[in-house]
Design a protein around this ligand. Structure first.
Ligand SMILES: [Mn+2]
Length: 483
C-alpha cells in the first residue's frame, strides 16, 4: 500500500537521523548513484545491496554478510569487506568482518588489512572510516581531496560474486562426497578408514621413521599454500565453511593448497559433551576428503584424537565414550583401525614460514629426528599434544622461553611463526596473536559456533582469517539432493 509507505517514511528518516551524530549527512542513496565523500560524514541505512567504495584505483565492496542460502547470519548482520578485483580462483583472498558497533578504519596498524588492497600504501594515505551502528553505515574520509566515492550497487548482497562463488564450492563438496554428508554404513566406513591408513603409512611430505612408516614431522613444501585449521571438536559446519570460502577447493584440486588440521577433530566442546554422533560424521567426511586429496589433507594429532581415559570434558570421559561408541556401531576392527589412524598421524607441521602443532612446545630440547621417530618418544608426544600456555592465575604451563628453545633446538629462525590451537586464551575472539606477549606465537581456535579462525598464506604472508560460522551441513545436503 503506497499510502502507508508515504506515512512511514518521514518517521524512518527521523529515527535514523536521531540515532547518528548531527555532523553526518543522511543520504537516501539510489542504486548506481556515485557519492563523493566530502569532509562531512555520510550516513546510509544498511541496504540489501553491496556498497562499492572507491579509493583511487582500489575498490572495496562492503555488504551485509549472508549465508549460502541467502539468509542473514545473525541479527543484526555482520558486514563483510572484500576487494572484488582480488577474487581469484587461483589464490586465497582476504576478507574482513565488521560487527555491529564496530568501526572499520583503513590504517596500516590493523593486522591483515593490507591484504585487501593491491597497493596498500596508496590506500593507507587516506584516513577512511566506516562506522556501523544502529543499522546505519557512516562513511568518513577527512582527507577528501584524494577523492573517495561511495556507490550503492544494483544487485542484492545474496547475488554478489562472493556468495555465488561459495554456493558453487558447496556443490563441489557435495559432488566430492558423492551425496549428502551422513554417517556411513559400517562396512563402507571400515573400508574407507583402512584405505586412509594405507595412505598414511606412506603419507606425502613425511620422512619415514626407522620402522619405514611416515614419521611425525610433516614438511610442507613452500610452494603449497597451507590452510591451518585449529580444534574443530566435531563442528562439521566450520569445515564446510572453510572449504566453501575463497579458492580453497580449486587450489586443493590443483594441488597448490593443503589443509593442515591441528588436531582435536572430535568430541564436542559445547553441550552435550557426550554426543559422539557428530564425531562419527566428522571423521567419515574427513576421511573421504583425505582419500580425495591425499597430498592436500593432513591431520596433526591432538590430545582428543585418542581413546585415552585422560581425555575428558567436565568429567565426561569423551575418549572412552568415543571408543565404546565406535565399537558399538562399527565393531572392534573399526576401533582398532581408528587407533592405528591416530598412531599414524603426524604431530608437527613445518614449512618455510610457519611451524605448528596441536598444543605447545615440548619441555625439553628436541631435534627433527626425534619428531620423525615420535612413536619412540611418548613424553614428547604428550608434551606436543597436551601442553598449555601459562595463563593468569595458573602456575603451570609453557611460556616464552619454551617457545624460544623449541625453535632454537630445531635450528629455526627465531621469528618463525609458531601456531597452536588447544587452549582458547579468552572467552572472546578465536585468534590470539603474539599470545601472552610471546612474539610470533599465535593461538587459533576453529570449533566455536559463532565465529572461528584459520591461518593461511595471503600475499606470501602467514595471516589469520576470521570467519562467521554458518550452519552449512543442511544446505550442503540439500544441494547434494539436487545434483
Ligand atoms: Mn586439545
Amino acid at each position: 500500500m503506497p499510502q502507508l509507505t508515504m506515512v512511514k517514511k518521514p518517521h524512518l528518516v527521523k529515527s535514523i537521523l536521531d540515532s547518528v551524530s548531527k555532523a553526518a549527512d543522511y543520504v537516501a542513496a539510489e542504486p548506481g548513484q556515485r557519492l563523493r565523500l566530502s569532509s562531512k560524514r555520510l550516513c546510509i541505512a544498511l541496504p540489501s545491496q553491496p556498497i562499492e567504495i572507491e579509493l583511487g584505483e582500489e575498490r572495496l565492496h562492503v555488504q551485509k554478510e549472508v549465508r549460502c542460502d541467502g539468509s542473514r547470519t545473525v541479527d543484526p548482520p555482520a558486514l563483510i569487506v572484500y576487494n572484488p578485483a582480488l577474487l581469484d580462483p587461483e589464490r586465497i583472498n582476504y576478507s574482513l568482518r565488521i560487527k555491529p558497533g564496530q568501526t572499520f578504519h583503513i590504517t596500516h596498524t590493523e593486522p591483515g588489512l593490507e591484504h585487501l588492497f593491491r597497493s596498500p600504501r596508496e590506500a593507507f594515505r587516506r584516513n577512511f572510516q566506516l562506522e556501523y551502528t544502529n543499522g546505519n553505515l557512516v562513511f568518513r574520509d577527512p582527507i577528501s581531496e584524494l577523492g573517495t566515492f561511495v556507490t550503492l550497487l544494483e544487485h542484492d548482497a545474496a547475488q554478489s560474486q562472493i556468495v555465488i562463488q561459495r554456493q558453487n564450492m558447496i556443490d563441489k563438496i557435495a559432488l566430492l562426497n558423492r551425496g549428502p554428508i551422513k554417517a556411513l554404513p559400517p562396512i563402507e566406513a571400515l573400508n574407507l578408514l583402512r584405505q586412509v591408513n594405507d595412505v598414511l603409512r606412506r603419507d606425502a611430505f613425511r620422512e619415514v621413521d626407522t620402522t619405514g612408516t611416515a614419521g611425525g614431522l610433516l614438511q610442507l613444501p613452500a610452494e603449497i599454500t597451507p590452510v591451518l585449521i585449529g580444534d574443530l571438536h566435531a563442528n562439521i559446519d566450520n569445515v564446510l565453511k572453510i572449504l566453501s570460502e575463497s579458492a580453497v577447493m580449486p587450489m586443493l584440486e590443483k594441488g597448490t593448497a593443503a589443509l593442515v588440521f591441528l588436531g582435536d577433530l572430535v568430541h564436542p566442546d559445547a553441550q552435550p559433551y557426550d554426543d559422539m554422533d557428530s564425531s562419527v560424521l566428522m571423521m567419515d567426511f574427513l576421511f573421504k576428503l583425505k582419500l580425495h586429496f591425499p597430498n592436500g589433507v593432513f591431520f596433526l594429532r591432538g590430545n582428543h584424537d585418542s581413546f585415552s581415559v585422560e581425555v575428558a570434558k567436565d568429567f565426561i570421559p569423551q575418549g572412552v565414550l568415543w571408543r565404546d561408541k565406535l565399537e558399538q556401531i562399527r565393531g572392534k576392527e573399526y576401533r582398532e583401525q581408528m587407533e592405528l589412524f591416530y598412531d599414524r598421524c603426524p604431530v608437527v607441521a613445518l614449512s618455510d614460514d610457519f611451524i605448528a602443532c596441536h598444543a605447545g612446545p615440548p619441555s625439553n630440547k628436541v631435534d627433527s629426528n626425534q619428531l620423525i621417530n615420535i612413536r619412540k618418544f611418548p613424553d614428547l608426544l604428550h608434551d606436543l599434544t597436551w601442553n598449555r600456555i601459562r595463563r593468569p592465575g595458573r602456575l603451570s604451563g609453557y611460556f616464552a622461553a619454551d617457545v624460544r628453545r623449541f625453535r632454537k633446538s630445531l635450528k629455526l629462525d627465531k621469528k618463525l611463526p609458531f601456531l597452536v590451537s588447544h587452549t582458547p586464551y579468552a572467552n572472546t575472539d578465536t585468534v590470539w596473536r603474539d599470545v601472552a606477549g610471546i612474539p610470533h606465537h599465535h593461538i587459533l581456535y576453529s570449533a566455536k559456533h559463532d565465529e572461528f579462525s584459520i591461518f593461511t598464506r595471503i600475499n606470501g604472508q602467514i595471516e589469520a582469517q576470521v570467519y562467521t560460522a554458518e550452519p552449512l551441513l543442511e544446505w550442503t545436503n540439500r544441494r547434494a539432493g539436487c545434483l
